[in-house]
Design a protein around this ligand. Structure first.
Ligand SMILES: [Zn+2]
Length: 283
């Protein structure tokens, strides 16, 4: 192994987007309109998986999200079908708050979904929105985790659907549900780190926030996350990339992380064990 590679066997990327082409194109156009981001990475599953494997990734969590009502059930089914043809894909499911939340989520879990994803600002639903209660009740019943885009980066500082208060309220209601706040909780990473320290069922993922080029795109410095955080919160910070919806190369997601002076334990936790624990594998 040369330096610069992910120093862990069986590495997992906890934040990948896999969606039907039509939906992926719409999402990319929206990100291009609002943030000016351009994307060169492939969108089909085989190509994505080939790219991830080249970087030593053996499995990944695939995150769908429903930006409007009445599409989540089909989207979940599509993703479960893709995952059934893949050794690498760990499929999550989604639901829109205006759907029959209980029915959509229960069907997804019964068919093999391994967790739920909410893109809070895009779906216009906060983590503590009571319309999501049936989803969290099913997470508890089926012992499945949930991942939220609950922070206000990159362009959601005016959104009422994100931020530490809404996440905190959700935690108070459903402390038994394992929950990840994506992107290290940026731009409120300090507050989200505090929640993770206090609540053993709270996880964070590194996607986008820890990329070496993140400051080209948003006002955030990965150096503000100290090495000690990866040691002290080992097992609760998951490596993730946001591939393929990111305007930089895949290496740039992990090159800064692997250069850090972390213990072997912390690297194993970051690149594999935290995600296994989040998924409830081998607990
Ligand atoms: Zn994402």
């Amino acid at each position: 192994m040369t330096t610069g590679e992910i120093p862990v066997d069986g590495a997992i990327d906890a934040h990948v987007h896999l969606m039907p082409d039509r939906l992926m194109v719409a999402i990319r156009e929206a990100l291009n309109d609002t943030a000016g981001w351009e994307f060169d990475h492939p969108t089909n599953r085989e190509a994505i998986e080939g790219d991830l494997r080249e970087h030593g990734i053996e499995r990944y969590i695939a995150l769908p999200y429903a930006h409007k009502p009445d599409i989540a059930a089909d989207l979940n089914e599509w993703l479960l079908e893709e995952a059934s043809n893949s050794e690498m894909c760990i499929p999550f499911a989604t639901v829109h708050p205006a759907d029959d939340v209980h029915a959509v989520v229960e069907a997804a879990f019964k068919n093999g979904a391994r967790g739920l994803k909410f893109q809070c600002p895009v779906q216009e639903v906060a983590p503590d929105d009571p319309r999501l209660d049936p989803a969290y009740e099913l997470c508890a019943k089926y012992d499945q985790p949930v991942l939220h885009h609950a922070g206000n980066a990159p362009m959601f500082e005016g959104s009422p659907h994100v931020g530490i208060e809404r996440f905190q309220q959700f935690r108070e209601q459903f402390p038994e549900v394992r929950a990840c706040c994506a992107h290290m909780g940026t731009f409120e990473h300090e507050a989200f780190l505090d929640i993770a320290r206090a609540d053993e069922n709270v996880y964070l993922d590194t996607s986008f926030a820890m990329a070496t080029v993140v400051d080209h795109h948003v006002d955030f410095d990965p150096a503000s996350i100290d090495d000690t955080i990866f040691e002290d919160l080992a097992g609760r910070v998951m490596y993730g990339s946001d591939y393929p919806n990111m305007p930089h190369s895949y290496e740039q997601e992990y090159e800064g992380l692997v250069r850090r002076d972390l213990s072997e334990m912390a690297f194993e936790a970051l690149f594999r064990e935290a995600t296994e624990q989040f998924l409830g594998e081998g607990l």
